[in-house]
Design a binder for this molecule. Structure first.
Ligand code: KVW
Length: 831
């Protein structure tokens, strides 16, 4: 129990009886004034827009509170089954505009602000992004929360309240420079600290095996170094439905007792240092997307989240007298967002057995019935493994439990496949070697009753390759849940003009039933509708052009084709292929071979993991190529290229409504799903893409004639690998030969000779895993079809409309109802 006396006060009924707050412009304006002057204590000398933003946030937050309470009480009273989404990342971005939209306060607030002479846009812009994630996986978790609340499902998110989120990216001479993102510095009006629900989490120590009075085997985990987990809750409003769910993020805090010990030992400074060590656990988000890092602090973060969360849920479950642990799994389930929180498997076993007296079989039944695992990647370098020796030091009890799980599992395998030692070794949770490793994905597969991939192709490849042995054993566990994105943020909030136009023609139901966008198909050939559609895209392009001008100092002409690739910088995503096309285009323009080329503005953005040298070289290459082309007066408006710095959720809200062409060009079989692809499609961009991840399903929905497909298929990639010969491909393709020649000439790096040699070698390497050269020809040819198509603006706009119309399947509302129907099985609860 925490040391502070939180339990001593029970508020009286009169104390908690409150009158509802007005939702009209006048009430909003009054509250804004009240918060600015009284809550924040500012006056007319206040110069910082941040205080006005905060007053606005408090005004909106107040209006979430009653719904939040009512939702909590509705779930409690219904005694309903619940789901918990465990994730090391929730990439929420900004909250204010989304809350205004979901509460239906956008219109009255506009009126209120007008009265007060304030600009909503400027206030929204004062909010920091909550960048508690790297990319798709973290943003998916955020979209899921929005959909769960909108579908009125009793789902809670559990994660970590990182003091520092995803680093801010700056560019110096074209190189990425990372700056810490101290997003909480000015306070966070959206979170509510709940110290009364603090939890103690253990680390280190040793296990003591004894027998109790009944002769039963008991384990005590003792001599541990403990850390407190303090929860911070953020409200998650559904779309205009009265529901407000909860995202609970844990912050690490030192326990108080160590101070006394150390103080008596005369080591005060050391005791303060120990406090630091405890609080370091939640200090910073690891900035690696889809790559392993194997650092002890990362394992500490994972266990800290898993343990605090499970203890919190068990405590809440047992707080009511009629509940028993034996029916815990009937009413509670966990979704593991990749293997990152998978230590929860061993932790739930430990809690049930060591803390709640349960026997192995009964505890194991609860674990397997309540847990489900989502896999997000096939890349071997991203599959988490932890050294056994690390576990022995940090989580000795969990190591024992994992060994026991493995022993029982392998015994089953040996029975089913006798004399198959190779299979036992392949499937073991422990990878043998000089430094044995725990395979976290296998732990998840053994312990979970469901496992899913995130797009149809990805789920199939999991079954056929990555987890084939496990699929042979338990085919019924495997399922697909194609990713989705929330149309509240990714259409209604970020593209209000298009939302209004769509609403005028087909009604506003698409905001909660995205399939309704199908009704736009009948308008695709309507010239008047096309004109309005085009005008909105044009206005969105103007807005992006203004930002590009101010951020990058480059002029984008909104008449030109806006060609965009924004995502993490990773070799498999092949930003390099994009660069090869850019150089090829430049080459053609220089040679006067410009027939059929439309003016293009190409924007690339994304962060590289700070330790990923090659990805950082690619950023440098993009910047140098951009500077070279933009500075070449012969090229003018024909081709403009920028690297957009610090790509993040808020940047995407400006970028995706302005895109004509979305680049989704990963090596087939490598991108599990992609979700940026869906945001672009929803906003009427056409896609140029490989048959990878969710691209395949997008193309299926919109029809191949409205999708620019190119490149090898996943199967062809596998076959070609054996005799891949990029140097012959280059020698036999005049265009690619010239492009490589230009790269090798050093014209793009005259000041820094040789810096791109590693990239050039990688393209020419027969073992290039990403096979960039193999797809060059078909990519270039397809890009030429794009130009041709863009020349007929009516035709392009028609295809743009058809893309939006076909994007209904890619709502995270659909994804979540799939999860719910097959895995969670929750009843919606009206708040
Ligand atoms: C570690 C990831 C952060 C830390 C993935 S796969 C692995 C990770 C690993 C992130 N992220 C991405 O997940 C997205 C959501 O499912 C997919 O759309 C995307 O294809 C995948 O790369």
């Amino acid at each position: 129990m925490p040391q502070r006396p939180f339990q001593s006060s029970q508020p009286s009924p009169e104390f908690t009886e409150v009158t509802p707050l007005g939702h009209d412009a006048q009430s909003l304006a009054d509250d804004l004034r009240r918060h600015f002057n009284w809550t924040l204590g500012r006056d007319r000398h206040c110069r910082s827009v941040y205080y006005t933003y905060t007053a606005l946030a408090y005004t909106v937050r107040d209006r979430l509170m009653a719904r939040w309470r009512d939702t909590r009480q509705a779930y409690e009273e219904a005694d309903c089954r619940r789901a918990y989404y465990l994730s090391l990342e929730f990439l929420m971005g900004r909250t204010l505009n989304n809350a205004l939209l979901n509460l239906g306060l956008d219109q009255p607030m506009q009126t209120a602000l007008q009265q007060l002479g304030l600009q909503l846009e400027e206030l929204l812009d004062a909010e920091h992004d909550a960048g508690l994630g790297n990319g798709g996986l973290g943003r998916l978790a955020a979209c899921f929360l929005d959909s769960c609340a909108t579908l009125q499902l009793p789902v809670m998110g559990y994660g970590i309240r990182y003091e520092y989120g995803m680093f801010r990216q700056r560019l110096r001479k074209g190189y990425q420079v990372e700056e810490p993102d101290h997003w909480l510095r000015d306070g966070n009006p959206w979170e509510l600290e709940r110290p009364e629900h603090t939890i103690r989490v253990q680390f280190g120590g040793r296990c003591e095996h004894t027998h109790d009075d009944h002769g039963r085997h008991r384990v005590r985990w003792i001599d541990t170094h403990d850390v407190l987990a303090v929860p911070y809750d953020t409200p998650i409003p559904g779309y205009r439905n009265g529901t407000v769910n909860t995202l609970r993020l844990w912050k690490a805090a030192a326990t108080d007792e160590f101070k006394l010990d150390e103080f008596h030992a005369g080591a005060y400074p050391e005791s303060v240092a120990a406090k630091n060590a405890a609080e370091n656990i939640t200090m910073v988000l690891y900035p690696n997307d889809a790559s392993e890092n194997g650092k002890e602090l990362r394992l500490r973060q994972q266990y800290f989240l898993a343990s605090a969360t499970l203890q919190d849920i068990l405590r809440r479950w047992l707080a009511r007298p009629h509940r028993k642990l034996s029916n815990f799994a009937e009413k509670n389930c966990f979704q593991l967002n990749d293997t990152h929180p998978t230590i929860a498997v061993a932790e739930l076993m430990r809690l049930l057995m060591d803390e709640h007296d349960m026997q192995w079989d009964e505890a194991w039944a609860i674990v397997t019935q309540s847990m489900a695992y989502t896999n997000h990647t096939l890349l071997p370098e991203a599959l988490e493994r932890w050294p056994v020796r690390l576990f022995a030091n940090l989580l000795p009890r969990h190591l024992e439990i994992i060994y026991e799980i493995n022993g029982r599992f392998l015994a089953d395998i040996a029975q089913r496949w006798p004399d198959d030692a190779a299979r036992l070794q392949r499937m073991s949770l422990i990878e043998d070697g000089p430094d044995p490793q725990i395979r976290m994905a296998y732990l998840a597969l053994v312990a979970c009753h469901k496992v899913n991939g995130v797009a149809a192709l990805h789920s199939r490849l999991i079954q056929q390759h990555l987890f084939a042995d496990f699929y042979a054993l338990w085919p019924e566990k495997f399922t697909n849940k194609t990713n989705g994105v929330t149309q509240r943020r990714w259409l209604a909030a970020c593209n209000p003009k298009l939302t209004t136009l769509i609403g005028q023609h087909i009604g506003e139901d698409f905001i909660t039933q995205l399939d309704r966008l199908r009704d736009l198909r009948g308008l695709a050939d309507d010239p008047a509708f096309q004109r309005q559609w085009h005008e909105i895209k044009f206005a969105n392009k103007q807005a992006l052009a203004a930002r590009v001008a101010s951020e990058c100092g480059v002029q984008f002409d909104p008449q030109a084709l806006f060609d965009i690739q924004v995502k993490r910088i990773h070799e498999y995503k092949r930003q390099l292929l994009n660069v090869l096309h850019i150089i090829h285009r430049y080459d053609r323009l220089l040679r006067g071979d410009d027939q059929g080329l439309v003016n293009r503005c190409i924007l690339i953005g994304g962060k590289a993991a700070p330790g990923y040298v090659r990805a950082k070289e690619i950023i440098k290459l993009i910047n140098n190529v951009a500077a070279h082309i933009n500075g070449d007066t012969r090229i003018g408006e024909r081709l403009r290229v920028v690297f957009f710095p610090d790509f993040r959720v808020t940047a995407m809200e400006l970028i995706c409504p302005a895109a004509d062409l979305s680049e989704q060009i990963s090596t087939a079989g490598k991108e599990a799903s992609g979700t940026g692809n869906m945001k672009f499609m929803l906003n009427g961009a056409l896609t140029i893409g490989t048959l990878d991840g969710a691209n395949i399903e997008m193309r299926e929905q919109v029809g191949e004639e409205n999708f620019f497909t190119f490149g090898l298929t996943a199967e062809e990639v596998l076959k070609r690998r054996k005799h891949y010969d990029p140097n012959t491909i280059i020698a036999e393709d005049d265009d690619l030969k010239r492009v490589m020649g230009m790269l090798e000439s050093g014209d793009f790096n005259a000041q820094e000779p040789g810096i791109f040699d590693p990239i050039i070698h990688a393209i020419r390497d027969p073992h290039d895993p990403w096979m960039t050269a193999a797809d060059f020809r078909s990519y270039i040819d397809t890009q030429m079809r794009v130009d041709q198509c863009y020349q007929d603006q009516a035709q392009w706009t028609r295809m743009s409309i058809l893309n939006t119309a076909a994007s209904g399947r890619f709502s995270s509302d659909r994804t979540i109802s799939d999860y719910n129907q097959e895995i969670w099985k929750l009843e919606p609860i009206k708040a």
